[in-house]
Design a protein around this ligand. Structure first.
Ligand code: AMP
Ligand code: MG
Length: 435
């Protein structure tokens, strides 16, 4: 299939979004490990089987503030007819009682305190007459007004984690709960799959760096920053390498500068135009494929392997993704292609953005058989999701991305979707996904 305006010949070919994703991911490998402080591991993937060297909790301890006693001493106890026990001491969390609970005695105990020797049960304050006795001096005797069961209100040693077991297997995604588990085992560092360093190069003679005056005929380079922010959002380390001019020398220099990264992302220069020379340069530096992906916005896309000698003289091959220059296209193609690549490098397995079904409130035409991703605002009303468009959908209208929280997906074979139709939406922001 070929349409007006498309580049003919060469190695450009028309492929589906899934084919493009598959090809790209087949060239991307999981990175190596690094040992990091536990708090820095948040969002990364555990690279070791986390085995416990201790029991958590380390000792049997009380789940309540109350009295540690022998359950059989409370037989027949009830409200109005308490069993009286002699109080021989108190134990708080962090200390170990040197006394032993013998028949007819009890030890006042606080939550988390180790169960004293001889005790097999804890009765909470509310089931004793402790409140009535608080007024006097130290409590020497306590009335128990319930029949206690053995082991009640006792947290067993190893109840949470028992020594020697694998608590979290390698491959676990580290969330705040996992950081807490590391700490509960006394670990200050853990082994994780390292984050990819992603070099970012914007191409175009028209581009000016932020913070500089804007000469006539020029525009600010926004792609480097939206792309860098996306890299960071999904866990990578962006390295913004600035602007390359539309000349072979400038591009080659920029690409060489990016060779010590784990991946290179360029934007611009891959569509039909006088200065679209990225592919010539990349073909010289490595292997490159140009794909016309059946999606809108977003075609064409460049993908390949960059080979070369980095600044330190080491010969390296890294994946390269060439995003289209239009600011919306570069962000949408990033979501579809760069995001899964970064996640795969980090050892993650779920590479998909969440999708939902919503009721469309606008009309969208799809007249050239591509998969259309339309910027939309998704709202939940009375238990249903509704999607309305952000306004002008030109691929240069970056504020349409800023307004949107989702992309309505119109399949390749659907020519029109109408208000009231149920459509699928890829969520750009999903509650737990927002930084
Ligand atoms: P290109 O893919 O290089 O033909 O660029 C397509 C459109 O995107 C042109 O209007 C460019 O000026 C614009 N563009 C390319 N790169 C950037 C960038 N880094 N920041 C903002 N706009 C860009
Ligand atoms: Mg350009």
């Amino acid at each position: 299939m070929k349409r007006a305006g498309e580049r003919a010949g060469g190695n450009t070919e028309m492929i589906s979004v899934e084919q493009a994703q598959e090809r790209l991911l087949s060239h991307v490998t999981v990175l190596g490990k690094e040992e990091v402080p536990i708090l820095d591991s948040l969002g990364q993937v555990l690279a070791e089987d986390l085995r416990s060297g201790i029991d958590v909790p380390p000792l049997d301890n009380s789940a309540m503030d109350g009295y540690a006693l022998q359950a059989r001493d409370t037989s027949g106890a009830q409200e109005g007819s308490p069993r009286l026990l002699r109080v021989i001491g108190t134990v708080a969390a962090g200390s170990i009682s040197d006394k032993e609970v013998m028949p007819g005695t009890a030890i006042r105990i606080m939550t988390g305190a180790p169960i004293p020797k001889g005790a097999d049960s804890v009765v909470r304050f509310e089931d004793t007459d402790e409140a009535a006795r608080q007024r006097g001096g130290p409590i020497t005797e306590i009335g128990i007004s319930v029949k206690a069961e053995k082991k009640q209100n006792i947290r067993r040693a190893g109840e949470d984690i028992s020594k020697g077991t694998v608590v979290l297997p390698a491959g676990t995604i580290i969330r705040p709960a996992e950081v807490g588990v590391f700490a509960s085992l006394g670990r200050s560092t853990v082994s994780v799959i390292r984050r990819p360093v992603v070099a970012i190069v914007a191409t175009g003679n028209e581009l000016v760096e932020v913070g500089q005056p804007l000469p006539a005929g020029k525009i600010y380079n926004s792609n480097s920053y939206s792309v860098a922010a996306l890299v960071r959002r999904y866990g990578g380390i962006p390295r913004v390498l600035g602007i390359a001019l539309d000349s072979k020398e400038s591009l080659v220099a920029a690409i060489r500068a990016g060779l010590d990264a784990d991946m290179l992302i360029t934007s611009g220069g891959v569509s039909v135009g006088d200065y679209d020379i990225v592919k010539d340069v990349l073909a010289k530096e490595g292997e490159i494929g140009f794909w016309t992906v059946r999606m809108k916005p977003g075609k064409p896309l460049a993908f390949g392997q960059i080979k070369g000698v980095d600044k330190t003289g080491v010969s390296r091959t890294i994946p390269h993704l060439g995003l289209p220059g239009n600011p919306v296209s570069s962000m949408v193609t990033f979501e579809m292609f760069a995001r899964p690549a970064i996640l795969k490098m980090m050892g993650k397995r779920n590479l998909e953005k969440p999708t939902i079904e919503a009721v469309l409130e606008d009309r969208i035409f799809n007249n050239d058989g591509r998969r259309v991703f339309t910027r939309a605002i998704i709202e939940k009303r009375e238990g249903r999701y509704y999607a309305r468009l952000t306004g002008p959908q030109g691929s240069g209208v970056l504020t349409s991305m800023s307004l949107a929280n989702g992309l309505v997906i119109v399949p390749e074979d659907v020519a029109e979707v109408k208000p009231g139709d149920t459509i699928r939406v890829m969520m750009l922001d999903w509650n737990e996904d927002v930084i």
